[in-house]
Ligand binder design. Structure first.
Ligand code: NAP
Length: 278
């Protein structure tokens, strides 16, 4: 029998999740549906009760509910607890189990570009917000060689390192300090919205000093190539946009809900077709 899956957020109008999941359900011959629901923060508790009452089999959670939804769950896996946020929930007959697939989704997309072994990699992450937390905790659990964090508000980066990073040498840097040492890194990740549409002329940091071959990852996928990635490519960096992370987190949620392995390439094509207006 067909099952219903959902996304709750506020707003959700721009979400690509429904088309990505629905096309994959169809491609695999699964009779399921995925729908987006705009839930005001004041109604979160009622929405979660409604999900249980309606038997919605699993759901994604996006901004601004990723942290507040945790108090409504029966179980939260270890990685999501360390991240301090949940984006994927499985409903087992009213018993809600929370996970966070954002960091693993990013890791999978990074490995597609960098290869399976990341233990020698020195990583600079720009930003210390919600998305950064998922990425940092997962990279720490996977054990990279160095994980420095540059953020406008230094206290937030300090907090992230203190609460989320347990295994990896890690420093807090100002943007100026980060910019003066860009040659030290093998991977540089922009987790800020700087460069996102409509502010496409902005860059989080200069690319001066970045070594050719350095991996520049931007979590942004609108536009598909930010100015920062474009300039990075111009000096010989290897670039990746946020589509891989988006597809990766969705594919992991799909697996948790259905027990089936989706075709990430096909999901990627679906998302790209929509983003490119094809
Ligand atoms: P967030 O929690 O609001 O964090 C934003 C971070 O960016 C903070 O560290 C903030 O610094 C910094 N920042 C914002 N504007 C800045 C500016 N003008 N100058 C300097 N620093 C600035 O946001 P988020 O949820 O982490 O999302 C961040 C980005 O990731 C967005 O572009 C989002 O679309 C993208 N994202 C992509 C995926 C994916 O699947 N590809 C998933 C999640 C998010 P302060 O701490 O100083 O405020």
């Amino acid at each position: 029998m067909g099952k219903l899956f959902a996304l709750i957020g506020h707003p959700v109008g721009h979400s690509l999740s429904s088309i990505m999941h629905n096309e994959e359900f169809q491609a695999l011959g699964l009779p399921h549906r995925y729908e987006c629901f705009d839930v005001d923060p004041a109604n979160l508790s009622k929405a979660v009760e409604g999900i249980k009452a309606l038997g919605i089999a699993g759901f994604n959670v996006t901004v601004p509910h990723k942290v507040t939804v945790m108090q409504h769950l029966d179980e939260i896996d270890e990685e999501a607890r360390q991240i301090g946020a949940v984006n994927t929930i499985v409903n087992r007959d009213g018993y809600l189990i929370g996970a966070n697939t954002d960091g693993q989704g990013f890791l999978k997309s990074l490995k597609d570009v960098a290869g399976e072994t990341l233990s020698h990699m020195r990583v600079l992450m720009i930003g210390a917000g919600g998305a950064a937390r998922g990425v940092a905790v997962t990279l720490d659990r996977y054990r990279v060689r160095q994980l420095d964090i540059a953020n406008r508000t230094l206290e937030k980066a300090e907090f992230l390192i203190e609460k989320g990073i347990q295994n990896t040498p890690s420093r807090v840097l100002s943007f100026e300090e980060a910019e003066s040492g860009l040659s030290e890194y093998d991977v540089i990740i922009n987790t800020t919205p700087i460069g996102m549409s409509p502010n496409t002329g902005e860059m989080p940091l200069s690319v001066n000093g970045i070594n050719p071959g350095t991996i520049l990852a931007d979590l942004i996928y609108n536009p598909l190539e930010t100015k920062w990635l474009k300039e990075g490519e111009g000096i010989g960096a290897v670039t990746m946009n946020g589509v891989g992370m988006f597809v990766g987190q969705g594919a992991l949620a799909f697996e948790k809900w259905t027990g089936r392995t989706p075709d990430r390439g096909r999901m990627r094509d679906t998302v790209l077709a929509r983003l490119e207006g094809r």
